[in-house]
Design a protein around this ligand. Sequence first.
Ligand code: NAP
Length: 547
Amino acid sequence: MPHIITQSCCNDASCVEVCPVDCIHPRPDERGFASAEMLFIDPQACVDCGACIPVCPVDAITTSDQVDERNAVFVDINAVLAAGNSPTPVDRPSRLQVHEVGPLRVAVVGAGPAGLYAADHLLTETGVTAEVTVIDRLPSPWGLVRAGVAPDHFTTRNVTDVFRGTASRPGFAYRLGVEVGRDVTHEQLLEHHDAVIYAYGASGDQRLGIPGEDLPGSHPAVELVAWYNGHPDYADHTFDLSAERAVVVGNGNVALDVARILAMDPERLAGTDIADHALEALRASRVREVVVLGRRGVDHAAYTVPELHGLTQIGDVRLELDGPLTPSADLDAVATLKRRLLADGVAATRGHDSRAIVLRFLRSPLEVLGSDRVEGVRLVRNELVAGPDGVARAKPTGDVEDLECGLVIRAVGYRGKALEGLPYDDARGVVPNENGRVLGADGSPLPGTYVTGWIKRGPSGVIGTNRHCARETVDQLLADARAGLLAGPKSRDSAGFESILAGAAGPVVDREGWDRIDDAERSAGEASGRPRVRFVTVADLQAAAGV
Ligand code: NAP
């Protein structure tokens, strides 16, 4: 029976590297990889060797005869994606290098997937000797894998096993609880390292720019997601869940995560690692209908096939579409698949009466209504017009309506922030760079300074996309090292750098300290039948680390 890739696919393409018959696509060297919604296995080419199963970090691969009911539709999804695929290789420079490099001292700023994949590439590259110190402002690592992935997506969090492997490699060190700009400057990092790779993500949010956006009860998704995942910055936030209807603006995967968490029976989350304060609040929630607004049409939504399927797998929640799916010509394989999943999801959940997620397309919010808190949203119906690039754009008609609700979540994208000492492109919310080399004001590379992940390319792609993004950045860094373009640190003695960190605002957590936090959270989880029980304040994390 051919193998298939299922819902939790993280696109890191470890499976591609071990496939002996090249039946998994798109490969990182094929066009479309960076924007792929998921990878798939061509059922005609698969020889059932099973080599891909153990290397998948998120247990997404199985055989079509062993797939569970929840993932059964992925037999078809793999076949449909394979049928619509025509692999086109892209030109990539050869990575074959003969010069030995090192020892290199590299600081990585940001302990999320992008930073940890970069660390892993440096520590595993043949011919390279490196010491990598991964810095993060929180006492805990893993970035959005810890603070972004929705708690009901527990298999996705298995990717942390990869990060544990990276952290146990010789030459790796964590320095957690250290904030660049507060505790150490960019110049100090460069003085003590051959290179610095910034991987600090995109922790801000895009604004809607409409009246009422900042009324109490209107929040960016960034805050709600961080809150239910126990991020210390948001642990004491409150969200008013007392009204029956919530509105989520945006049509990406974050919008669907938020809609699911708000709509589903909280008892389904009780066995996950959701933050205790969020579980308690969701248990008391009166929200019964979540309306998700897409400004463009059903065929333009940014959410991916696996996440759309996930929307129909949350128990007693009815999926509703606002209006019929009118036929449309010239749809590609993915758009056709999404229409089918939507139609099937609506049919399969009809009759689930207690809770609902309603997808409304071609609607934009004009104003968040309310005098001293959110009471509703004024919406305008849009029509689609082709932009100069041929891409469909939303154009408001005069057709306006008010929708009552008590909570508005703005899930219209994350946004990178500037960091002191680094250039910043405010229009794009990224650090200006060429393939990961940070560019100065005159457009030339800043020696020894690199970026990877969302602060390099913007908030796009799924977890594994960062593995290949980091590969590109590390390749530039190593090319510069081979070409003698890294000035090198003033001192290779780590004591000088450690003495700077000793003056940090709070105690520094190293790998052993993080292991103690991790063990304590997991032991507490084991005792209550959950993967972990999270510490949600910096003080509690530090106490568990023993610092
Ligand atoms: P996203 O995928 O970029 O989606 C943003 C959505 O907001 C789009 O539907 C966009 O519509 C809409 N939007 C933007 N400005 C708007 C406005 N002014 N009014 C109304 N709608 C507006 O961003 P995201 O959902 O934050 O996700 C970020 C990245 O994380 C994505 O790559 C996503 O796949 C990834 N992620 C993955 C998972 C997962 O794999 N499980 C989970 C969460 C996030 P237009 O298309 O019309 O611009």
